[in-house]
Design a protein around this ligand. Structure first.
Ligand SMILES: [Zn+2]
Length: 349
């Protein structure tokens, strides 16, 4: 005997999930961005203080749509009392300065962002310099690295400085009148990824830590603490560890930074783990032919995309190389400032 078809479709739809969130006083405001990812989800939390999670990028269009979206709930920017940030990317925090000035809202963010946001353009410039160093070290041609560097700095205008008045630490509780969020640091997608778990309602505000349709790229990022310029944190290894911890949370609903809500984060995370294993095996196959740079590996996998999206594809490849090195399947050697990778697996016959 088989179950009728309707049983299989009992999973909540995105609309059901958004309605559930709305009953908990959390409203999704999907704000446009000029980036390929499309809209960014900000969340208005009707509570005391009146709270906005993430701001959208620094652009007139985003500000305009944010105001309209707030008006849809009878609210204005001036009424905001608390702005919470999920991480350091410009599509999530670009309107911070404008919103904080107009509303006088407190700003809560991961404590290491206090210094980062005090002078955003200086931090972004240091990020770009870090990216340049990494690209050259991993075989990206000099002229291409230079071009990509200027593209990167063009994105800075969508960002914003800001004063973090409420620095958050892993394990903190963020208490509003009607709810308490457990603050959890989940580095990987970025070094400052912070998620907010309402244990009573089992609702998790996840930023870009988990997205339903796109796997969050663990982008190589400059460490927030210290002033190392070429030490590369193992973003994918950190990310996998973070996802492992998130999998244990008894969340029933994840409200992500882009796209639709997630109702089965455990299987989504398992799917991500399998994907990373598959990609690591693919990289292992490529380095079996002899020592190659990460850029050459990216070219072998993505062709021209490895040129136009050199930093993202390089991040991806290095993430998987870190996995292979950790598991004793690959090794790296350096000569003349360029790093190459080779397989430690016995050659296939
Ligand atoms: Zn992001």
């Amino acid at each position: 005997m088989t179950l009728p078809e309707s049983e299989a479709s009992a999973a909540p739809t995105p609309d059901d999930s958004l309605a559930l969130a709305a009953r908990a006083g959390i409203h999704r405001l999907a704000i446009p961005t000029p980036f390929a990812v499309g809209r960014v989800n900000c969340y208005l939390i009707e509570d005391d203080p009146l709270t906005l999670v993430d701001t959208g990028p620094n652009s007139g269009k985003s500000l305009d749509e944010l105001e309209q979206a707030l008006a849809g709930y009878g609210r204005t920017i001036e009424e905001l009392e608390l702005i919470v940030l999920t991480h350091q990317h410009v599509d999530h925090l670009g309107l911070l300065e404008i919103l904080a000035r107009r509303s006088g809202a407190e700003v809560a963010a991961f404590h290491e962002l206090t210094g980062y946001l005090a002078n955003f353009s200086a931090s972004a410039a240091a990020d770009d310099e870090f990216a340049q160093t990494i690209m050259r070290m991993h075989g990206v041609p000099e002229d291409l690295a230079t071009v990509l560097g200027s593209v990167g700095s063009a994105f800075r205008v969508f960002g914003s400085s800001g004063r973090v008045t409420h620095p958050l630490h892993d394990g903190d509780t963020l208490a509003l009148r009607d709810r308490r969020f457990r603050v959890l640091h989940r580095p990987g997608h970025s070094p400052s990824d912070t998620i907010f778990f309402d244990e009573d309602r089992r609702i998790l505000i996840g930023g870009d830590h988990l997205l339903a349709k796109i796997s969050s790229n663990p982008v190589m990022s400059r460490p927030l603490a210290g002033d190392a310029t070429s030490v590369r944190p193992p973003a994918l290894l950190n990310y996998i560890e973070s996802m492992r911890a998130t999998k244990e949370l008894p969340a029933e609903l994840v409200l992500p930074g882009h796209g639709e809500p997630i109702t089965d984060h455990g299987s989504l995370i398992d799917e991500r783990f399998r994907m990373h294993q598959r990609r690591a095996r693919k990289v292992l196959g490529i380095i079996a032919a002899g020592p190659v740079t990460a850029y050459e590996i990216a070219l072998a996998i993505w062709g021209n995309v490895a040129v136009t999206q050199a930093y993202l594809t390089l991040s991806e490849v290095l993430g998987h190389l870190d996995l292979l090195i950790r598991d004793g399947q690959a090794a790296q050697t350096e000569s003349d400032g360029v790093i190459r990778f080779e397989s430690l697996e016995p050659a296939a016959h």
